[in-house]
Design a protein around this ligand. Structure first.
Ligand code: BTN
Length: 265
């Protein structure tokens, strides 16, 4: 099932796409984490638009210090971004990433849905995730690393028991897909939504995001390291923050946390 991925084909695709953000790609057979590699490259002056892609990761990282299992067949990459925006604007970028992934999956006929802020799921099972890491000093944003992992041509049975039941892949839902074609489509989608971001078309992004998300009007439990909030999710603002009305009628703006749906607990 795992196709032989041609690095040359990937280089050719990157050259052929007319993209504002994608400038170059660096491909590894295996890394610890593409986000780690991106960080190292940035320290050596790497500029916006470089993609670091690996066929497998030894210690792929997810949100909340979770492990992102990264067997061969999956798509793992990080893109270096250096938008000239203030650091607080970057909170929208994980939603931009999720939207690009979800749109790509939908173009393959899958009913992908986004769980706030950036979990992409199919039939309530996670198929892709986004890990954003950034560095800023005061009002100056140094860089953003947008790490994207998609369970592409993966047999779910190779994953650990811990995540097997709540995870799916394109192979599982559809059939094995052409890795390079999928990457191309995803980068084009990313380009579209990132341009909207650069043009400050935040409302358009949020409205698209809401169309592809199943979080609105859901009873949710948001778990963070300091807090647990239970209520109804009624909106997402232009920063990508989730607006919740709690059971006691309090309005809360949630900036980060693990979003759980009550009907799935
Ligand atoms: C999550 O949903 O928890 C986020 C998962 C992000 C995984 C990707 S794979 C490419 C990049 N490198 C990493 O180590 N993590 C991200």
């Amino acid at each position: 099932m795992i196709e032989q991925i041609s690095k040359q084909k990937i280089f050719d695709v990157i050259k052929s796409i007319d993209s504002k953000i994608v400038q170059k790609i660096i491909i590894f057979d295996e890394v610890t984490s593409t986000n780690n590699e991106a960080k190292k490259l940035i320290q050596n002056g790497e500029e916006e638009g470089t993609i670091i892609l690996a066929l497998t990761q030894k210690t792929g990282r997810g949100r909340f210090q979770r492990i992102w299992e990264s067997p061969k067949g999956g798509l793992y990459f990080s893109i270096i971004l250096k938008p000239t925006v203030s650091p607080e604007k970057t909170t929208l970028l994980p939603l931009v990433g999720a939207l690009a992934v979800s749109s790509t999956l939908r173009s393959y006929g899958l009913s992908a849905e986004i769980k706030w802020p950036n979990d992409v799921r199919v039939r309530k099972k996670k198929i892709a995730g986004i890990l954003l890491e950034s560095d800023a000093y005061k009002s100056h944003l140094h860089y953003v690393i947008l790490g994207i992992g998609v369970n592409l041509n993966i047999d779910i049975n190779v994953l650990s028991d811990e995540i097997k039941n709540k995870t799916t892949s394109l192979f599982q839902e559809h059939h094995a897909v052409d890795y390079v074609k999928f990457l191309k489509e995803l980068l084009l989608q990313l380009d579209t939504y990132y341009l909207l971001f650069l043009n400050e078309e935040y409302e358009t992004i949020i409205s698209e995001w809401k169309k592809q998300s199943d979080t609105m009007n859901r009873r949710v439990k948001i778990v963070s390291s300091t807090d647990e909030i239970i209520g109804a999710a009624y909106n997402v603002d232009n920063s990508g923050f989730l607006l919740v009305i709690t059971d006691s009628g309090e309005y809360k703006k949630i900036m980060s946390g693990d979003c759980l749906y009550f009907d799935e607990l």
